[in-house]
Design a protein around this ligand. Structure first.
Ligand code: FRU
Length: 515
């Protein structure tokens, strides 16, 4: 106990000195800091969550409160690049029409000013909205143990769901002293309640920094926390830190979702710099241990990270992810903003796999519709009114022959989807998609006579849902606004298109003021 207090007071005094430093820097910075604004909306999404301007990364605090959905995000309002993290905030009553609210958290305390208010989650308790987040403080020197940061967990509370107060008990949680747990990386708490208690899982790694792990804590009140166990830990090539954990029981099955960093490519798998994955298993609330099998990729596209889940008012588990990837170029930075979120997706466990489908609420965004059925084509074909820079494409296609579908096409510029009937491999290629990074990603599908595609286009994003959630691929693309064609290309003689429907989406949703 004495050792714990000595350690806690040592940590607090370091934080105090650092914060004095940070404050003195911030005072200067505050004079100059002016939020950036959107200067060109050519790639700004119509119906996805994006920052009013400035930078956004992880989803945070996704929860329900007083009959509405609240969603927060890692945000830096003063530049188009990552900076000391704030929490941006939007609210919705249907998961698809979002209203921007004022920034919810700013880094301004001993425990968060020296780095930022890093990721975390939200929960309603006794009529108040509680946020649990990581206060990140960069140390100016390495400790003798080689630690470069202090990551502590903190609580902010709101009565009105708009204004938040950081509680005086903060930090409520430091990394447990243990030679099985890294003493620096300790972030991204996801909190939930079960049988009258609160649980929080936190991303971590082993002390040698080679293997990711997730820690679990228990609390009667969200303020006093007890370390329960290492809930799960990686094995060979499963990443060196496990960020942004989430847990839910979906269709009777316990599911752990997280974002391992630095998994090495294995053939065509794990080509993105970091991954987001899920594991099915069994969680034991007594021991705090999650027994599980291997992990599997959650999204096979180029751009998907740090997803966060919540339960809807009617009991569905819904996920929103960051529709971007660390270390990519972000061409929209030239326009005063950077990065965006995915559409909300419903999760189900079927056939021992996690299925991901767009939430039904997205249908309320549909405005006009154009449908075709039973078409057999023998050359590259565009269909009347099946085109756009935003919209939703549904297609049921015969899988006995190879085919391609070109999206956001001008002829020269295009994002190419293709299917190989012999291997059942479906690909997305963005080498000719416009500005930004190129490359190819793929997924192998289960045998089936036909393929069902549901594709969401939103100016600089493409999200492809295959076979009612069997696989999903999310990617950013940066074509010219005029590249709007959709071209169906038979590659084995003919192509049977059982159904094709195109909906325009999101007309009338307010857009940012372009300055
Ligand atoms: C994941 C992450 C989190 C951290 C946040 C900082 O993308 O690295 O682990 O809390 O971003 O912005």
């Amino acid at each position: 106990m004495k050792r714990f207090f000595l350690r806690a007071s040592a940590i607090l005094s370091i934080m105090f000195c650092l914060t004095l430093l940070a404050f003195s820097k911030n005072v200067d910075a505050a004079v100059e800091r002016v939020p950036v604004s959107v200067t060109n909306a050519r790639w700004y999404p119509l119906y996805h969550i994006a920052p009013p301007a400035g930078w956004v990364n992880d989803p945070n605090g996704f929860c329900t409160f007083k009959g509405e959905y609240h969603f927060f995000y890692q945000h830096y309002p003063y530049d188009v690049k990552w900076g000391p993290m704030h929490w941006g905030h939007v609210v919705s009553n249907d998961l698809v029409h979002w209203e921007h609210l004022p920034v919810a958290l700013e880094p301004n305390q001993l425990y968060d000013a020296g780095g930022g208010c890093f990721s975390g989650s939200g929960i309603e308790k006794d009529g108040k909205l509680y946020l649990m987040y990581t206060g990140h403080v960069d140390l100016p020197v390495l400790t003798p143990e080689g630690i470069d940061r202090i990551e502590s967990q903190n609580i902010a509370v709101s009565e009105d769901g708009v204004h938040f107060t950081k509680i005086k008990e903060n930090p409520v949680l430091f990394v447990p002293k243990s030679d099985e747990i890294h003493q620096g990386d300790f972030r991204d708490p996801k909190v939930w309640s079960h049988n009258g208690k609160y649980y929080s899982i936190i991303g971590s790694r082993t002390p040698d920094a080679t293997t990711g792990q997730i820690l679990i804590f228990e609390s009667p009140n969200l303020i006093d926390w007890t370390f329960k166990n290492i809930m799960a830990q990686g094995s060979e090539n499963q990443g060196n830190v496990w960020e942004c954990p989430n847990f839910a029981t979906i269709d009777g099955q316990d599911v752990l979702i997280f974002s391992p960093q630095a998994v090495k490519p294995e053939g065509k798998k794990y080509l993105n710099v970091h991954q987001s994955v899920y594991m099915l298993g069994n969680f034991n609330y007594n021991t705090g241990i999650f027994t599980h099998g291997n992990f599997d990729i959650l999204d096979y596209g180029f751009d998907f990270y740090a997803p966060q889940i919540t339960q809807t008012f009617d009991g569905r588990t819904v996920l929103i992810g960051w529709l971007d990837m660390w270390e990519n170029p972000f061409p929209e930075q030239a326009d005063g903003w950077s990065c965006m979120m995915t559409v909300p997706r419903e999760l189900h466990v079927r056939k021992g796999k996690l299925f991901t489908t767009p939430v039904k609420e997205l249908e309320s965004l549909r405005t006009s519709e154009k449908s075709y059925s039973n078409l057999t084509i023998n050359k590259a074909t565009k269909l009347d009114s099946v085109r756009g820079e935003t919209g939703e494409l549904l297609a049921t296609v015969d899988t006995s022959k190879n085919f391609a579908i070109e999206l956001r096409s001008s002829g020269k510029e295009k994002t190419v989807l293709s299917y190989d009937a012999a291997t059942r491999i479906f690909k997305i290629n963005r080498d000719k998609a416009g500005e930004g990074a190129g490359g190819e990603r793929e997924v192998q599908l289960a045998p089936a006579g036909e393929m069902n595609l549901r594709i969401f286009l939103d100016r600089s994003s493409i999200e492809i849902f295959l076979n009612n959630g069997e696989a999903v691929m999310s990617s950013r693309v940066y074509p010219k606004s005029t590249s709007q064609d959709i071209v169906f290309v038979p590659q084995g003689g003919t192509l049977n298109l059982k159904n094709v429907t195109f909906y325009t989406l999101g007309q009338g949703i307010p857009q940012p003021n372009v300055k």
